[in-house]
Design a protein around this ligand. Structure first.
Ligand code: G3P
Length: 217
């Protein structure tokens, strides 16, 4: 399972990247806003730090404007994946960039039908937003299962990038289905380590060790 970090917070990316846990980064306009940084500057800083794909999103609505914006974003670094929305204009821009040899992440996917269109338009990644489906009482994890089955049936090479991940359970569930990539906020990735039995076991070991009166080194 590839781990992308869903943030434009450079310090948070660095912390996980130093552990070798960052296979890529995803950003979006909301995350750029949260960072308080200039999109070009912060994206360049992230691309310099991380070897894998760094998604940077266009904000235009018309394909020709998306192509103009995406071309500017792609010039930041070779590891940019241009992120476009799942609209017909977005798919036109996707086809353009895919044919030109760029990585493309098609975002805001909420159905298997949309995911099929993205694959046919040459998307490198499809980003189904599972948490936002859960928010409206649908099952986001089921969508990942549907897309996995359909992509495997036809050998589509587009990678499933499970996004809008809100919990460790989301990561486990989409991992069992065989998502190619997850993108999650650093806080969710870091909380994967938590288990009360680990804490309890460690406390017991420390207590017993203190009773031995020994020291290592
Ligand atoms: O990668 C998509 C993500 O940033 C959206 O997450 O939690 O705002 O639905 P969320």
């Amino acid at each position: 399972m590839k781990f992308f970090v869903d943030t434009a917070d450079v310090a948070a990316i660095k912390e996980l990247n130093d552990l070798g846990m960052v296979d890529g980064v995803t950003t979006n306009p909301s995350l750029i806003l949260k960072s308080g940084r200039d999109i070009i500057e912060v994206t360049k800083e992230i691309c310099d730090m991380v070897e894998g794909p760094v998604s940077a999103e266009v904000v235009a609505e018309k394909a020709e404007d998306m192509i103009r914006e995406g071309t500017k974003l792609a010039a930041i670094a070779p590891n940019i994946a241009i992120k476009v929305p799942l609209t017909w204009d977005g798919l036109k821009a996707c086809r353009h960039f895919s044919d030109a040899g760029h990585m493309v992440n098609v975002t805001l996917c909420f159905s298997a039908a949309q995911a099929i269109l993205a694959a046919k338009a040459g998307a490198t990644f499809i980003s189904p937003f599972i948490g936002r489906l859960d928010d409206i009482h649908l099952d986001g994890v089921d969508l990942i299962a549907d897309i996995r089955e359909i992509y495997d049936n036809y050998g589509y090479e587009t990678q499933i990038l499970a996004a809008s991940i809100r919990s460790v359970n989301h990561i486990i569930e989409v991992g069992k289905i065989g998502t190619d990539v997850i993108t999650a906020p650093p806080s969710v990735i870091k909380s994967m380590i938590n288990h009360p039995l680990t804490d309890k076991g460690l406390a017991q070991f420390n207590e017993d060790w203190a009773k031995t009166g020994q020291k290592i080194g």
